[in-house]
Design a binder for this molecule. Structure first.
Ligand code: NAP
Ligand code: MG
Length: 462
């Protein structure tokens, strides 16, 4: 695949000073498909300086002009949607249809939403004898993972640009190619030099240098809880703003009055989608004891249908990690009803769609984020028991409730300690705030709430 051999710095592609490279691997056949720079601390420093220099000009542009650049960015992405899908398929391994419908389509919609929001947002308001200005936070460090590689970039960069911030992006080492394509789209959209900068590189090198850089005002991170904790501690010590989107272990609660077959089928599809590499996936299915056996049988049949249709995991490390969790589930006494730790193919980082029954709330597979196509089906006694189980992890990112009556589902959802709940299969809404309760994170992304993360207030009294 074609790739830039430089970093996008101050409006142009320039060689990285580090001289190091990253091999980009296709997870389906394990072949190297491209090489990109692995930037070092001096490259990160140059990018932050460029962002800092561009900040006063960009912060002072009229919101209508920022909206126009974001609208052009949306159009530039839309014009290249097939190329986006092919790129994500090549470096992440997602089936092409899924890359088109989700990995390409969702970020185009989100970029469009911020073109609208930048045009409509009240960056100035009256409060009594004060005028309150909503001003950009400053230079943003965006550090993103590989699982929704373009979506996670756009969900940070678009609101940051809408707010008047400038950005340095460090994308995941596994998926730098779609980030390069994004940088080209930003360039073609006429965003001024230095407003957006891309440094491809390794987390502990480029990522850490960026998160620690004194020229950064806000670090927005999506990824593992372990790295998120370190970033929050570093940012806290420097009194820097931080936004974290971490893991999840979301509950899919099927109340006795629900359409059981629909709830189970949609629930299995939710977990298997993107090979289970979704932070908001409903990886714990909670079923009333009287319907439990029927639900397990439905889940087994549904998982079997996926067979060969899901893509691989992103890399060998993730494949080994997920297989390790499946072995742990068996060792702790859960009953394997579909899939298993044995890889379904010799080549590629594949894991079979896997379903565990007889999972109890304290088991490792019911507590920790697996990030693979693995569903745990848990039994509950009554509604209070279901609520205790649903709320019984350190996470609180997403969830689902199914019931015959919408009001019944809503009443249950209101008691869940989680940032999002889909009622009877409610659709993804790119304008709804997305983010976690408890250890799933700090802050919200998407829509007006996502924009607010990149603004700070100044009050003038009259
Ligand atoms: P990760 O290491 O947290 O990666 C996320 C991003 O942070 C990547 O760009 C990564 O760079 C960077 N990074 C790594 N170490 C860093 C450091 N010390 N300082 C600054 N940045 C750093 O996550 P992962 O290893 O790819 O995945 C591990 C697990 O995290 C998964 O199994 C899953 O449970 C969870 N995860 C959650 C999400 C989510 O959406 N919430 C997304 C991905 C993973 P590199 O790419 O070079 O590592
Ligand atoms: Mg990592």
């Amino acid at each position: 695949m074609k790739a830039h051999d430089g970093i996008y710095l101050d409006g142009a592609w320039r060689p990285a000073l580090s001289g190091e490279v990253i091999d980009v691997v296709d997870p389906v056949d394990e072949q190297v498909i491209a090489r990109v720079p692995a930037a070092g601390a001096e490259d990160v420093d140059a990018a932050v300086r460029a962002a800092r220099a561009a900040l006063p000009g960009w912060a002072a542009t009229a919101p209508a002009e920022r909206a126009a650049r974001l609208s052009a960015l949306r159009d530039a992405l839309a014009a290249r949607k097939d190329e986006i899908a092919e790129t994500v398929t090549a470096e992440l391994g997602a089936p092409l249809a899924f890359s088109q419908a989700v990995h390409a389509a969702v970020p185009i919609a989100v970029a469009g939403s911020y073109a609208d929001l930048a045009a409509r947002h009240a960056f100035e308001e009256k409060v009594g004898n004060s005028t309150v200005f909503h001003e950009p936070v400053g230079v943003v460090a965006a550090i993103t993972p590989w699982n929704y590689p373009l979506h996670q970039v756009v969900a940070k960069v678009a609101p940051a640009l809408a707010a008047g911030c400038t950005v340095v992006l460090k994308p995941a080492e596994d998926t730098p190619l779609v980030a390069q394509l994004f940088a080209e789209a930003v360039h073609d959209a006429g965003v001024p030099a230095g407003v957006f900068n891309l440094v491809t590189g390794l987390g502990p090198v480029a990522g850490q240098a960026l998160a620690e850089h004194p020229g950064v005002d806000l670090v927005s991170f999506t990824g593992s809880t372990a790295v998120g904790r370190t970033i929050a501690a570093t940012a806290g010590a420097a009194v820097k703003k931080v936004a974290l989107e971490l893991g999840g272990k979301s509950a899919n609660v099927i109340l006795p009055s629900a359409d059981l077959a629909k709830a189970v089928n949609v629930g299995v599809a939710n977990v298997m989608s993107n090979s289970g590499q979704t932070c908001s996936a409903w990886t714990r299915m909670l079923v009333h004891r009287d319907q439990y056996d029927e639900a397990v049988e439905l889940a087994r049949t549904a998982a079997a249908k996926y067979g060969d249709r899901i893509g691989p995991l992103v890399n060998a490390k993730q494949q080994a990690r997920v297989r390790g969790y499946i072995e742990k589930g068996v060792a702790e006494g859960a009953r394997l009803v579909a899939g298993g730790a044995e890889p379904p193919r010799e080549r590629g980082y594949f894991v079979s769609p896997t379903v565990f029954a007889d999972v109890t709330p304290e088991m490792t597979i019911a507590q920790e984020e697996i990030f693979g196509p693995v569903l745990s089906v848990l039994r509950y006694e009554d509604e209070e028991d279901a609520l205790r189980i649903a709320n019984g992890t350190v996470y609180g990112l997403a969830g689902a409730v199914w019931a015959g009556d919408e009001a019944e589902a809503v009443a249950f959802a209101r008691r869940m300690d989680t940032g999002q709940v889909d009622i009877n299969g409610g659709r993804f809404n790119p304008l709804a705030p997305f983010g976690g309760y408890k250890q799933s994170g700090v802050g919200r992304e998407l829509g007006a709430h996502g924009l607010a993360e990149y603004l700070q207030t100044k009050s003038l009294q009259f």
